[in-house]
Design a protein around this ligand. Structure first.
Ligand code: HEC
Ligand code: HEC
Length: 352
């Protein structure tokens, strides 16, 4: 009897030891490919994140008077209470015009190698100048923005405090630099995956761990790796099999429109997958609402693999462990308009 017990104990110990070894092996493989979101915002070359600048950037992010209509702010399409996007297939801007693409989240965007689905902006500051001027987004101009900001004494003071030593700190460029500083704080640490990667075995369940193994074994991680699980490189959407025009509309040729190079036809940035469960609908066309369906589409289009329902489900469950702690953003008080503030253009005036 005694002998039996000790054999049993040995067997239990052995199987425990091997499952610990397996868990460690999975963690080692994952640690070689992925990285946790840091607790603090990253350092940005040439843009020191002072409290004054981050606060100004937050005001500008929520400032609807950066748009011609005084109705649309960055937060309209990148709602920080809402996953950092607008939960629409494609965004609606000035004149209720529909843009061509789905809005990506601003959360963790600071970790992307370049911004936009086609990577056409090098960094967040360059990016921020785009939507303010885009006719289908905020429909303003750099001059109008500078006039607007200069019309409110509080903004002049805040630009001076944020850009000390500059003679004329209220510029379109500094608007973008301040917004970038605020956006750098929009990071989401402590996701279950990150806690697990840091050694907390209980942070992910078995199904999620199997999903992680599939994500690596099937080849998803070849394109979706690093701290953001993507956002670093470009690949044809439909590398193996082109999806239908409902998912990949023919009119949007991705990076080809940026580089005019044939090999960039229908090439897009491998999407960052952090907080993916919060940012439906999926793909640049915003055509797929269901995460499981998006995973299945990727299997066929990028890997030529028909994943079965169980595999799709496990991978999606793993992707749901990438949801981190979203930052608490206190809504800013914005200064009141003055006589000098340019008047709003009607939201319905699409000739503007
Ligand atoms: C009308 C909706 C709308 C408004 C307003 C808007 N955006 Fe966007 N934003 C989008 C869409 C759509 C894209 C993707 C466009 C593309 O890839 O061609 C985007 C892309 C981005 C990206 C790139 C993220 C990534 O992962 O590539 C960032 C960052 C961003 N916007 C920040 C801002 C800021 C800052 C403002 C305010 C100055 C702003 N947006 C205003 C809709 C909007
Ligand atoms: C060859 C590179 C490549 C591989 C392999 C790959 N992807 Fe992607 N993935 C992309 C690209 C490029 C996009 C952007 C597609 C677009 O333009 O809409 C994307 C988009 C996605 C999206 C939508 C993101 C969003 O914000 O809308 C999900 C989800 C996704 N991939 C998951 C996966 C999964 C799961 C796998 C493995 C089954 C996988 N991917 C394999 C390159 C790849």
């Amino acid at each position: 009897m005694k002998r039996k017990i000790s054999l049993l104990t040995t067997a239990v110990c052995l199987s425990l030891a091997s499952s610990v070894a397996m868990a460690d092996a999975l963690r080692d493989r994952a640690a070689a490919m992925f990285e946790a979101i840091p607790q603090e915002p990253p350092v940005i070359d040439g843009n020191e994140l002072t409290p004054e600048k981050v606060e100004l950037g937050k005001m500008l992010f929520f400032e609807p008077r950066l748009s011609a209509s005084h109705l649309i702010s960055c937060n309209t399409c990148h709602n920080v209470g809402f996953g950092g996007d607008d939960y629409l297939p494609v965004s609606i801007g000035h004149g209720w015009q529909q843009g061509p693409r789905n809005a990506p989240t601003v959360f963790n965007a600071v970790f992307n190698a370049a911004q936009f689905w086609d990577g056409r902006a090098a960094d967040l500051a360059e990016q921020a100048m785009g939507p303010v001027q885009a006719g289908v987004e905020m429909a303003s101009t750099p001059e109008r923005v500078v006039d607007t900001l200069n019309s409110m004494p509080e903004y002049i003071e805040r630009f001076k405090a944020s850009f000390p030593g500059q003679d004329d700190p209220v510029t379109f460029k500094n608007m973008a630099v301040a917004i970038e500083a605020f956006e750098a704080t929009l990071i989401t640490p402590n996701s279950p995956f990150d806690l697990w990667l840091g050694g907390d075995d209980a942070a992910m369940n078995d199904e999620q761990k199997e999903g992680l193994a599939l994500f690596m074994d099937k080849g998803c991680a070849a394109c979706h790796a690093g701290v953001n699980f993507g956002g670093q490189n470009y690949f044809p959407f439909g590398l193996v099999k082109r999806p239908g025009a409902d998912i990949l509309p023919e009119g949007d040729r991705g990076r080809f429109e940026v580089t005019q190079t044939a090999t960039d036809d229908y090439v897009f940035r491998a999407s960052p997958l952090r907080n993916i469960e919060l940012t439906a609908p999926y793909f640049h066309s915003g055509s797929v609402w269901d995460l499981e369906e998006a995973v299945a589409v990727m299997g066929v289009a990028q890997l030529g693999a028909e994943l079965n329902d169980e595999e799709v489900h496990k991978i999606a469950e793993f992707l749901r462990t990438l949801t981190g702690e979203t930052p608490t953003v206190v809504y800013p008080h914005l200064p009141v308009s003055t006589r000098e503030t340019p008047r709003p253009v009607s939201m319905l005036d699409t000739t503007y």
